[in-house]
Design a protein around this ligand. Structure first.
Ligand code: SF4
Length: 320
């Protein structure tokens, strides 16, 4: 995950909760990829270091267990950079140019000059992140599947030239439920419409009750509404049990409930879901140096594994 800001509830249901459960069935490596953050933030990297810490806190509070899994920062494991360099010798340029997110992101982020090798090589650095641990599987959303496909092709090409060193990793598709932001657009820190995991209940209450949009056609309490056009209802579908979802849909369509009642019910679900996360975060923050120590130990474990891979890679290529 790139450290480009604090994590929001979309990250929680779209990735983190899945990662927490994967820990029960896989040996997991979770990397905060600060070099990847540089690909778009190179002109002002001043915030990256702070975000690394925030992301680590968010992960650990959400239930990533540093005893069971390896949690580390990419730049603390220079083997990623060496493997990226070696893979760059064999990857044909068109393979990188045709990755769909390369074109899309250059069009979307027009305020940034992304005409750099780092940005073009982003999916190759990702391949190095994965192959350094000879990973068998990578949990991703639909949009990242082409990146895993590229990684498989790079592994195949390496094995073809130098002998079988890498397994071809599979994409473990993660369903990403729709969690719109307060204004109904995609939830994102840059849109200023996100609900963050690190926020207090009072701050979330204020956002939900005063800023979150509802079905625009439901202007007065006695107007029936359409839950399918309301972001609050999308959140109920993700965070509430079926009985509450049914209550909200029926009450909305018949004007049996007001939007405030509907939002209050959602707020309670948020409290249930986020209180344990807040509690773990409080404990971590109360122990000075705890997060740094977890990341240090994680980097040590990650380096041991990646160094072993790199020894094999160098020997396969035949360079010291
Ligand atoms: S009652 Fe609920 S679902 Fe209907 S418009 Fe209001 S907030 Fe949205």
């Amino acid at each position: 995950m790139r450290p480009t800001g604090p994590l929001h509830v979309g990250h929680l249901v779209g990735a983190l909760e899945n990662w927490v459960s994967l820990q029960g069935s896989y040996e997991c490596y979770f990397a905060i990829v600060d070099w990847h953050a540089l690909t778009t933030e190179y002109s002002d990297p001043s915030a990256i270091r702070g975000y690394v810490r925030e992301v680590a806190l968010d992960w650990l509070s959400a239930g990533i267990d540093a005893e069971r899994s390896t949690v580390f920062v990419q730049s603390a494991v220079p083997e990623h950079a060496e493997l990226h360099l070696l893979l760059s010798m064999i990857v044909p340029l068109p393979w990188l140019e045709r990755v769909p997110t390369y074109k899309e992101q250059r069009e979307q982020l027009q305020d940034k000059d992304l005409n750099t090798y780092g940005f073009l090589g982003y999916p190759l650095l990702q391949a190095a992140d994965i192959l350094a641990y000879r990973a068998e599987a990578v949990p991703v959303g639909e949009d990242q599947v082409p990146h895993v496909e590229l990684c498989r092709e790079v592994a195949r090409r390496f094995n073809h030239h130098y002998g079988a060193v890498f397994p071809e990793p599979q994409a473990l598709l993660t369903p990403t439920p729709r969690v719109p932001g307060l204004d109904g657009r995609k939830m994102s820190k840059s849109y200023g419409n996100a609900i963050f995991l690190s926020e207090s209940h009072a701050a979330i209450e204020d956002k939900l009750l005063h800023r979150m949009v509802t079905d625009p056609a439901r202007k007065r309490r006695h107007d029936p509404g359409n839950p399918d056009l309301c972001p609050v209802f999308d959140h109920h579908e993700v965070f509430s049990p079926p009985s509450t979802v049914e209550w909200a849909a029926g009450g909305c369509r018949t004007a049996g409930i007001g939007c405030r009642d509907c939002k209050q019910a959602l707020l309670e679900r948020y409290r249930e879901r986020l209180d344990p996360i807040r509690e773990r975060r409080g404990l971590l923050v109360s122990k000075p140096g705890a997060v740094d120590e977890i990341l240090r130990r994680g980097a040590e474990r990650a380096r041991a594994s990646a160094a072993e891979t790199l020894r094999e890679v160098r020997s396969a290529i035949g360079i010291a």
